[in-house]
Design a protein around this ligand. Structure first.
Ligand code: HEM
Length: 142
């Protein structure tokens, strides 16, 4: 049998991995270190503490999420916006989340990978803020 030609997806992922060094071990370190900080945080700790009792499944889900974003593995197929619409969160939570995420990415990733994750986090956070603003008025967008 002939080997199929590499798909657009294979090429995209191969180029991203070559440019950034992102792999599953880096994603695991990012997720575990980030949520370790979140749990200790005065602003975000209580929000997560109220929603999550069993942390390991949440961490696994977030590894699947970032693996799907960065390596296009399609392991995450949830719908995160409704989850965040249900939470009582506003601009202060998003700013803190992004601050801690950026700090963690700089600590555990290569600089190019940190740029990639931080860029994606900002655009996803913006889409959540807009989505929450549409549903609830503009507290989260402010
Ligand atoms: C204000 C900032 C944020 C807060 C307070 C927050 C909080 C939470 C909480 C508490 C959960 C778990 C909900 C549950 O299982 O009941 C969750 C799930 C999740 N969060 Fe966030 N989050 C924030 C921002 C973000 C951002 C910026 C991203 C993406 C870059 C993100 C991605 C996700 C995903 C993928 C899930 C899993 C949703 C699912 O169950 O399929 N979150 N978040």
């Amino acid at each position: 049998m002939n080997t199929p030609p590499p798909s657009f997806r294979d090429i995209t992922v191969a180029e991203r991995v070559a440019a950034t060094g992102i792999d599953e071990a880096m994603i695991e370190a990012l997720v575990r270190t980030f949520y370790g900080k979140i749990r200790e945080d005065a602003v975000l700790g209580p929000v997560f503490g109220a929603a999550i009792t069993d942390w390991e499944p949440h961490l696994r889900k977030m590894m699947d999420f970032w693996s799907s974003v960065a390596l296009l593995t399609e392991r995450y197929d949830g719908r995160p916006l409704p989850v965040h619409v249900r939470l009582d969160i506003g601009a202060e939570h998003f700013d803190r989340w992004l601050g801690l995420f950026t700090e963690t990415a700089a600590e555990v990733c290569t600089p190019a990978a940190a740029r990639f994750f931080t860029d994606r986090a900002h655009s996803i956070a913006n889409s959540f803020r807009m989505g929450i603003g549409v549903v609830k008025g503009d507290r989260a967008a402010g």
